[in-house]
Design a protein around this ligand. Structure first.
Ligand code: V47
Length: 368
Protein backbone atom coordinates (compact mmCIF):
# COMPACT_ATOMS: atom_id res chain seq x y z
CA UNK A 1 0.00 0.00 0.00
CA UNK A 2 2.92 2.35 0.74
CA UNK A 3 3.62 2.04 -3.01
CA UNK A 4 0.59 4.24 -3.63
CA UNK A 5 2.56 7.26 -2.45
CA UNK A 6 5.96 6.18 -3.82
CA UNK A 7 6.01 8.78 -6.57
CA UNK A 8 4.13 11.41 -4.62
CA UNK A 9 7.03 13.79 -4.00
CA UNK A 10 8.24 13.73 -7.59
CA UNK A 11 4.74 14.17 -9.05
CA UNK A 12 3.39 16.70 -6.56
CA UNK A 13 2.76 20.08 -8.21
CA UNK A 14 1.49 21.82 -5.06
CA UNK A 15 4.07 22.05 -2.28
CA UNK A 16 1.32 22.98 0.19
CA UNK A 17 0.14 19.35 -0.01
CA UNK A 18 3.46 17.99 1.34
CA UNK A 19 2.60 18.62 4.99
CA UNK A 20 -0.78 17.00 4.44
CA UNK A 21 0.96 13.95 3.01
CA UNK A 22 3.06 13.70 6.19
CA UNK A 23 -0.09 13.88 8.32
CA UNK A 24 -1.81 11.18 6.27
CA UNK A 25 1.23 8.89 6.43
CA UNK A 26 1.48 9.30 10.21
CA UNK A 27 -2.28 9.04 10.76
CA UNK A 28 -2.65 12.57 12.10
CA UNK A 29 -5.98 14.34 11.88
CA UNK A 30 -6.33 17.10 9.26
CA UNK A 31 -7.39 20.53 10.52
CA UNK A 32 -9.52 23.24 8.91
CA UNK A 33 -6.48 24.87 7.26
CA UNK A 34 -5.52 21.55 5.67
CA UNK A 35 -9.05 21.24 4.32
CA UNK A 36 -8.73 24.72 2.79
CA UNK A 37 -5.43 23.75 1.15
CA UNK A 38 -7.11 20.70 -0.41
CA UNK A 39 -10.16 22.61 -1.63
CA UNK A 40 -8.06 25.40 -3.18
CA UNK A 41 -5.38 23.17 -4.70
CA UNK A 42 -5.09 22.85 -8.48
CA UNK A 43 -3.11 19.64 -8.08
CA UNK A 44 -6.04 17.29 -8.36
CA UNK A 45 -3.81 14.27 -9.07
CA UNK A 46 -1.92 14.66 -5.79
CA UNK A 47 -5.15 15.19 -3.85
CA UNK A 48 -6.46 11.97 -5.40
CA UNK A 49 -3.28 10.04 -4.49
CA UNK A 50 -3.66 11.08 -0.85
CA UNK A 51 -7.35 10.18 -0.71
CA UNK A 52 -6.67 6.89 -2.44
CA UNK A 53 -3.98 6.06 0.12
CA UNK A 54 -6.42 6.76 2.96
CA UNK A 55 -9.13 4.65 1.28
CA UNK A 56 -6.73 1.72 0.78
CA UNK A 57 -5.58 1.92 4.41
CA UNK A 58 -9.20 1.32 5.44
CA UNK A 59 -10.60 -1.10 2.83
CA UNK A 60 -7.83 -2.07 0.42
CA UNK A 61 -9.19 -2.33 -3.11
CA UNK A 62 -12.76 -3.16 -2.05
CA UNK A 63 -15.69 -1.09 -3.29
CA UNK A 64 -19.04 -1.93 -1.70
CA UNK A 65 -22.52 -1.96 -3.25
CA UNK A 66 -25.99 -3.08 -2.16
CA UNK A 67 -28.98 -4.61 -3.92
CA UNK A 68 -31.51 -2.02 -2.79
CA UNK A 69 -34.67 -0.24 -3.84
CA UNK A 70 -35.83 3.32 -3.21
CA UNK A 71 -39.48 3.87 -2.30
CA UNK A 72 -41.01 7.36 -2.03
CA UNK A 73 -44.53 6.81 -0.66
CA UNK A 74 -45.72 10.33 -1.50
CA UNK A 75 -44.32 13.52 -3.01
CA UNK A 76 -46.89 15.70 -1.24
CA UNK A 77 -44.92 18.11 0.91
CA UNK A 78 -46.03 20.75 3.39
CA UNK A 79 -42.91 22.83 2.75
CA UNK A 80 -41.21 23.99 -0.43
CA UNK A 81 -37.41 24.16 -0.67
CA UNK A 82 -35.81 26.10 -3.52
CA UNK A 83 -33.46 23.25 -4.50
CA UNK A 84 -36.16 20.57 -4.64
CA UNK A 85 -38.14 19.48 -7.71
CA UNK A 86 -39.75 16.48 -6.03
CA UNK A 87 -42.12 17.98 -3.42
CA UNK A 88 -45.58 18.95 -4.65
CA UNK A 89 -48.53 20.76 -3.07
CA UNK A 90 -51.44 18.58 -1.98
CA UNK A 91 -54.02 18.33 -4.77
CA UNK A 92 -51.64 19.41 -7.54
CA UNK A 93 -51.93 17.40 -10.74
CA UNK A 94 -48.46 15.88 -10.41
CA UNK A 95 -48.75 14.87 -6.74
CA UNK A 96 -49.19 11.22 -5.77
CA UNK A 97 -49.82 9.04 -2.72
CA UNK A 98 -49.05 5.32 -2.77
CA UNK A 99 -51.25 2.76 -1.05
CA UNK A 100 -49.68 0.07 1.13
CA UNK A 101 -50.42 -2.48 -1.63
CA UNK A 102 -48.62 -0.33 -4.18
CA UNK A 103 -45.62 -0.08 -1.86
CA UNK A 104 -45.56 -3.82 -1.22
CA UNK A 105 -45.78 -4.56 -4.95
CA UNK A 106 -42.30 -2.99 -5.33
CA UNK A 107 -40.60 -5.51 -3.05
CA UNK A 108 -38.88 -8.80 -3.79
CA UNK A 109 -36.83 -11.34 -1.82
CA UNK A 110 -33.55 -10.38 -3.49
CA UNK A 111 -33.52 -6.93 -1.83
CA UNK A 112 -31.01 -6.38 0.97
CA UNK A 113 -32.04 -2.79 1.71
CA UNK A 114 -35.25 -0.81 1.30
CA UNK A 115 -34.67 2.97 1.36
CA UNK A 116 -37.88 4.85 2.19
CA UNK A 117 -38.14 8.65 2.12
CA UNK A 118 -40.76 11.12 0.91
CA UNK A 119 -42.43 14.48 1.35
CA UNK A 120 -43.78 15.90 4.60
CA UNK A 121 -47.41 14.98 4.01
CA UNK A 122 -49.73 17.53 5.69
CA UNK A 123 -52.45 14.95 6.49
CA UNK A 124 -50.71 11.63 7.11
CA UNK A 125 -50.42 10.68 10.78
CA UNK A 126 -47.22 9.29 12.29
CA UNK A 127 -49.04 5.91 12.62
CA UNK A 128 -49.28 5.73 8.81
CA UNK A 129 -45.46 5.82 8.53
CA UNK A 130 -45.15 3.17 11.27
CA UNK A 131 -47.60 1.02 9.33
CA UNK A 132 -45.56 1.37 6.13
CA UNK A 133 -42.41 0.24 7.96
CA UNK A 134 -44.17 -2.70 9.65
CA UNK A 135 -45.74 -3.89 6.38
CA UNK A 136 -42.43 -3.66 4.49
CA UNK A 137 -40.60 -5.50 7.28
CA UNK A 138 -43.24 -8.19 7.29
CA UNK A 139 -43.04 -8.60 3.50
CA UNK A 140 -39.20 -8.71 3.25
CA UNK A 141 -37.90 -9.59 6.75
CA UNK A 142 -34.39 -10.31 5.41
CA UNK A 143 -33.96 -6.78 4.03
CA UNK A 144 -32.77 -3.88 6.16
CA UNK A 145 -35.04 -0.86 6.22
CA UNK A 146 -33.23 2.48 5.93
CA UNK A 147 -36.02 4.97 6.36
CA UNK A 148 -36.84 8.63 6.91
CA UNK A 149 -34.44 11.53 6.93
CA UNK A 150 -33.94 13.69 10.01
CA UNK A 151 -36.25 16.24 8.34
CA UNK A 152 -39.03 13.63 8.37
CA UNK A 153 -38.22 12.64 11.96
CA UNK A 154 -38.52 16.32 12.93
CA UNK A 155 -41.90 16.44 11.12
CA UNK A 156 -43.12 13.23 12.82
CA UNK A 157 -42.19 14.79 16.16
CA UNK A 158 -44.23 17.91 15.31
CA UNK A 159 -47.34 16.03 14.10
CA UNK A 160 -47.32 13.46 16.93
CA UNK A 161 -46.15 15.65 19.80
CA UNK A 162 -43.57 12.95 20.63
CA UNK A 163 -39.94 13.73 21.44
CA UNK A 164 -37.24 12.78 18.90
CA UNK A 165 -36.36 9.87 21.25
CA UNK A 166 -39.90 8.54 21.22
CA UNK A 167 -40.35 8.93 17.45
CA UNK A 168 -37.08 7.12 16.74
CA UNK A 169 -37.77 4.37 19.31
CA UNK A 170 -41.17 3.70 17.74
CA UNK A 171 -39.64 3.58 14.25
CA UNK A 172 -36.98 1.14 15.48
CA UNK A 173 -39.64 -1.04 17.08
CA UNK A 174 -41.59 -1.02 13.80
CA UNK A 175 -38.51 -2.25 11.91
CA UNK A 176 -36.26 0.66 10.89
CA UNK A 177 -32.61 -0.50 10.87
CA UNK A 178 -30.87 2.74 9.89
CA UNK A 179 -31.55 6.37 9.00
CA UNK A 180 -30.59 7.64 5.54
CA UNK A 181 -28.36 10.70 5.33
CA UNK A 182 -30.71 13.05 3.49
CA UNK A 183 -31.84 16.47 4.62
CA UNK A 184 -28.41 17.59 5.83
CA UNK A 185 -28.00 19.73 2.68
CA UNK A 186 -25.55 22.37 3.94
CA UNK A 187 -25.40 23.28 7.63
CA UNK A 188 -23.98 26.84 7.23
CA UNK A 189 -27.06 28.90 8.23
CA UNK A 190 -26.77 31.69 5.62
CA UNK A 191 -26.47 29.32 2.68
CA UNK A 192 -29.03 26.90 4.13
CA UNK A 193 -31.49 29.80 4.33
CA UNK A 194 -30.94 30.58 0.63
CA UNK A 195 -31.61 27.04 -0.61
CA UNK A 196 -34.09 25.57 1.89
CA UNK A 197 -35.28 28.16 4.41
CA UNK A 198 -38.37 26.23 5.63
CA UNK A 199 -36.40 23.09 6.41
CA UNK A 200 -35.19 21.64 9.73
CA UNK A 201 -32.09 23.57 10.85
CA UNK A 202 -28.62 22.06 10.65
CA UNK A 203 -28.56 22.01 14.43
CA UNK A 204 -31.74 19.91 14.63
CA UNK A 205 -30.48 17.58 11.89
CA UNK A 206 -27.36 16.89 13.95
CA UNK A 207 -29.38 16.53 17.18
CA UNK A 208 -31.70 13.93 15.60
CA UNK A 209 -28.76 11.85 14.37
CA UNK A 210 -27.15 12.11 17.80
CA UNK A 211 -30.35 10.84 19.43
CA UNK A 212 -30.58 8.01 16.89
CA UNK A 213 -26.98 6.95 17.53
CA UNK A 214 -27.53 7.02 21.29
CA UNK A 215 -30.53 4.71 20.82
CA UNK A 216 -28.32 2.33 18.80
CA UNK A 217 -29.64 3.29 15.36
CA UNK A 218 -26.85 3.90 12.82
CA UNK A 219 -27.21 6.48 10.07
CA UNK A 220 -25.62 8.10 7.05
CA UNK A 221 -24.85 11.75 6.39
CA UNK A 222 -25.02 13.75 3.16
CA UNK A 223 -23.91 17.12 1.89
CA UNK A 224 -25.74 18.83 -0.98
CA UNK A 225 -23.02 20.63 -2.94
CA UNK A 226 -22.69 22.44 -6.26
CA UNK A 227 -25.23 25.23 -5.62
CA UNK A 228 -24.48 28.48 -3.75
CA UNK A 229 -22.06 27.13 -1.16
CA UNK A 230 -18.50 28.29 -0.55
CA UNK A 231 -15.64 25.92 0.19
CA UNK A 232 -15.84 27.20 3.78
CA UNK A 233 -19.44 25.96 3.99
CA UNK A 234 -18.25 22.53 2.81
CA UNK A 235 -15.42 22.46 5.35
CA UNK A 236 -17.74 23.62 8.17
CA UNK A 237 -20.24 20.87 7.22
CA UNK A 238 -17.59 18.16 7.36
CA UNK A 239 -16.20 19.53 10.59
CA UNK A 240 -19.59 19.40 12.34
CA UNK A 241 -20.13 15.83 11.16
CA UNK A 242 -16.66 14.77 12.30
CA UNK A 243 -17.31 16.28 15.74
CA UNK A 244 -20.57 14.38 16.11
CA UNK A 245 -19.00 11.14 14.92
CA UNK A 246 -16.28 11.58 17.58
CA UNK A 247 -19.08 11.62 20.16
CA UNK A 248 -21.27 8.79 18.87
CA UNK A 249 -19.50 6.64 16.20
CA UNK A 250 -22.96 6.11 14.71
CA UNK A 251 -22.35 7.18 11.11
CA UNK A 252 -21.76 4.48 8.51
CA UNK A 253 -21.19 6.52 5.36
CA UNK A 254 -20.87 10.06 4.08
CA UNK A 255 -22.49 10.86 0.75
CA UNK A 256 -21.74 13.96 -1.33
CA UNK A 257 -24.89 14.73 -3.36
CA UNK A 258 -24.33 16.92 -6.44
CA UNK A 259 -27.10 19.49 -6.90
CA UNK A 260 -29.27 19.09 -10.03
CA UNK A 261 -30.92 22.40 -11.03
CA UNK A 262 -33.64 21.43 -13.56
CA UNK A 263 -37.22 22.22 -12.44
CA UNK A 264 -35.97 23.90 -9.25
CA UNK A 265 -36.01 27.52 -8.12
CA UNK A 266 -32.20 27.53 -8.18
CA UNK A 267 -31.99 27.02 -11.94
CA UNK A 268 -29.47 29.75 -12.52
CA UNK A 269 -26.61 28.45 -10.38
CA UNK A 270 -23.46 28.16 -12.44
CA UNK A 271 -22.01 24.71 -13.04
CA UNK A 272 -18.82 23.75 -11.16
CA UNK A 273 -15.89 21.99 -12.90
CA UNK A 274 -15.59 18.22 -12.39
CA UNK A 275 -12.40 18.81 -10.39
CA UNK A 276 -14.66 20.29 -7.68
CA UNK A 277 -16.65 17.02 -7.41
CA UNK A 278 -13.38 15.10 -7.15
CA UNK A 279 -12.05 17.42 -4.45
CA UNK A 280 -15.26 17.18 -2.39
CA UNK A 281 -15.06 13.36 -2.44
CA UNK A 282 -11.31 13.33 -1.73
CA UNK A 283 -11.61 15.88 1.06
CA UNK A 284 -14.42 13.82 2.61
CA UNK A 285 -12.15 10.75 2.71
CA UNK A 286 -9.18 12.66 4.08
CA UNK A 287 -10.97 14.87 6.60
CA UNK A 288 -13.66 12.46 7.85
CA UNK A 289 -11.08 10.06 9.28
CA UNK A 290 -13.71 8.62 11.64
CA UNK A 291 -16.27 7.76 8.92
CA UNK A 292 -16.05 4.16 7.73
CA UNK A 293 -17.20 4.89 4.15
CA UNK A 294 -17.46 7.61 1.51
CA UNK A 295 -20.20 6.88 -1.01
CA UNK A 296 -20.33 7.90 -4.68
CA UNK A 297 -23.95 8.74 -5.40
CA UNK A 298 -23.96 7.68 -9.05
CA UNK A 299 -27.50 9.01 -9.50
CA UNK A 300 -26.28 12.62 -9.25
CA UNK A 301 -22.72 12.19 -10.50
CA UNK A 302 -23.57 9.96 -13.44
CA UNK A 303 -22.21 6.42 -13.71
CA UNK A 304 -18.84 7.21 -15.31
CA UNK A 305 -18.07 10.12 -12.99
CA UNK A 306 -18.92 7.86 -10.04
CA UNK A 307 -16.40 5.30 -11.36
CA UNK A 308 -13.76 8.03 -11.49
CA UNK A 309 -14.41 9.00 -7.84
CA UNK A 310 -13.31 5.46 -6.89
CA UNK A 311 -9.78 6.83 -7.49
CA UNK A 312 -10.49 9.73 -5.11
CA UNK A 313 -11.15 7.95 -1.84
CA UNK A 314 -14.62 6.50 -2.41
CA UNK A 315 -15.32 3.01 -0.99
CA UNK A 316 -19.02 2.61 -1.74
CA UNK A 317 -21.10 2.77 -4.91
CA UNK A 318 -24.56 2.81 -3.24
CA UNK A 319 -26.73 0.30 -5.06
CA UNK A 320 -29.24 -0.85 -7.63
CA UNK A 321 -31.90 1.67 -6.44
CA UNK A 322 -34.16 0.30 -9.22
CA UNK A 323 -36.17 3.45 -9.55
CA UNK A 324 -34.91 6.83 -8.39
CA UNK A 325 -37.34 9.73 -8.51
CA UNK A 326 -36.25 12.65 -6.27
CA UNK A 327 -33.14 13.56 -8.24
CA UNK A 328 -34.55 12.60 -11.64
CA UNK A 329 -37.37 15.09 -11.12
CA UNK A 330 -34.52 17.64 -11.00
CA UNK A 331 -33.01 16.43 -14.27
CA UNK A 332 -30.43 13.77 -13.29
CA UNK A 333 -29.03 12.20 -16.48
CA UNK A 334 -28.08 8.83 -14.97
CA UNK A 335 -30.29 5.77 -15.37
CA UNK A 336 -32.98 5.41 -12.67
CA UNK A 337 -31.56 2.05 -11.56
CA UNK A 338 -29.09 -0.72 -12.39
CA UNK A 339 -28.66 -4.47 -11.91
CA UNK A 340 -26.30 -6.31 -9.55
CA UNK A 341 -24.25 -7.38 -12.61
CA UNK A 342 -23.86 -3.75 -13.64
CA UNK A 343 -22.19 -2.92 -10.30
CA UNK A 344 -19.89 -5.94 -10.42
CA UNK A 345 -18.71 -4.90 -13.88
CA UNK A 346 -18.56 -1.17 -13.10
CA UNK A 347 -16.37 -1.74 -10.04
CA UNK A 348 -14.14 -4.33 -11.75
CA UNK A 349 -13.74 -2.15 -14.84
CA UNK A 350 -12.37 0.63 -12.61
CA UNK A 351 -9.80 -1.80 -11.14
CA UNK A 352 -11.42 -2.58 -7.77
CA UNK A 353 -12.92 -5.58 -5.98
CA UNK A 354 -16.74 -5.52 -5.87
CA UNK A 355 -18.20 -6.45 -2.47
CA UNK A 356 -21.93 -6.90 -2.12
CA UNK A 357 -23.11 -5.66 1.29
CA UNK A 358 -26.25 -5.08 3.32
CA UNK A 359 -27.35 -1.69 4.72
CA UNK A 360 -25.04 -2.10 7.73
CA UNK A 361 -21.98 -2.96 5.59
CA UNK A 362 -21.92 -6.66 6.48
CA UNK A 363 -20.14 -8.32 3.55
CA UNK A 364 -22.45 -10.71 1.68
CA UNK A 365 -20.28 -11.66 -1.32
CA UNK A 366 -16.83 -10.73 -2.59
CA UNK A 367 -16.57 -10.85 -6.41
CA UNK A 368 -12.84 -11.58 -6.51
O1 V47 B 1 -31.42 15.44 1.15
C1 V47 B 1 -33.23 16.82 -3.46
C2 V47 B 1 -31.33 15.55 -2.35
C3 V47 B 1 -31.50 14.06 -0.83
C4 V47 B 1 -32.13 17.57 -5.14
O2 V47 B 1 -28.35 7.56 3.18
C5 V47 B 1 -31.29 16.75 -4.43
O3 V47 B 1 -27.62 6.02 1.87
C6 V47 B 1 -29.60 17.07 -5.90
O4 V47 B 1 -30.38 11.58 1.09
N1 V47 B 1 -30.35 17.92 -6.63
C7 V47 B 1 -32.04 12.75 -0.54
N2 V47 B 1 -30.03 16.49 -4.80
C8 V47 B 1 -31.06 11.68 -1.10
C9 V47 B 1 -30.36 11.06 0.02
C10 V47 B 1 -29.64 9.80 -0.13
C11 V47 B 1 -29.37 9.32 -1.37
C12 V47 B 1 -28.68 8.12 -1.49
C13 V47 B 1 -28.28 7.41 -0.39
C14 V47 B 1 -28.57 7.90 0.86
C15 V47 B 1 -28.17 7.13 2.05
C16 V47 B 1 -29.25 9.11 1.01
O5 V47 B 1 -31.83 14.33 -2.16
C17 V47 B 1 -31.95 15.28 -0.11
C18 V47 B 1 -31.40 16.30 -1.02
O6 V47 B 1 -30.09 16.63 -0.66
N3 V47 B 1 -31.99 16.32 -3.38
N4 V47 B 1 -33.33 17.60 -4.54
C19 V47 B 1 -31.60 18.21 -6.30
N5 V47 B 1 -32.33 19.05 -7.03
Amino acid sequence: MEKLLNNFDSLCLDQNLMSIKEKILTNQRLDLDDAEVIMTSNDINSVGMLAQYKKFSKDGAKIYFVVNRHINPSNVCAISCKFCAFGKKKGSSDSYEMTIDEILSLLNDDLKEVHIVGGLHPDWKFEKYLEIVKEVKNAVPEAHIKAFTAVEIDWFSQISGFSFEKVISKLMKAGVDALPGGGAEIFAPETRKKICSPKTTGESWLKIHEVAHKLGLPSNATILYGHLESIYDVIDHLSQLRNLQDKTSGFLAFIPVLFQPYNTRLKDTKPFPFSYDLKVHALARLFLDNFPHIKAYWITLGEKAAQITFHYGVSDADGTIISEKIIHDAGAKSEVGHTRDFFVKMIKDAGYIPVERDALYNELKIYA
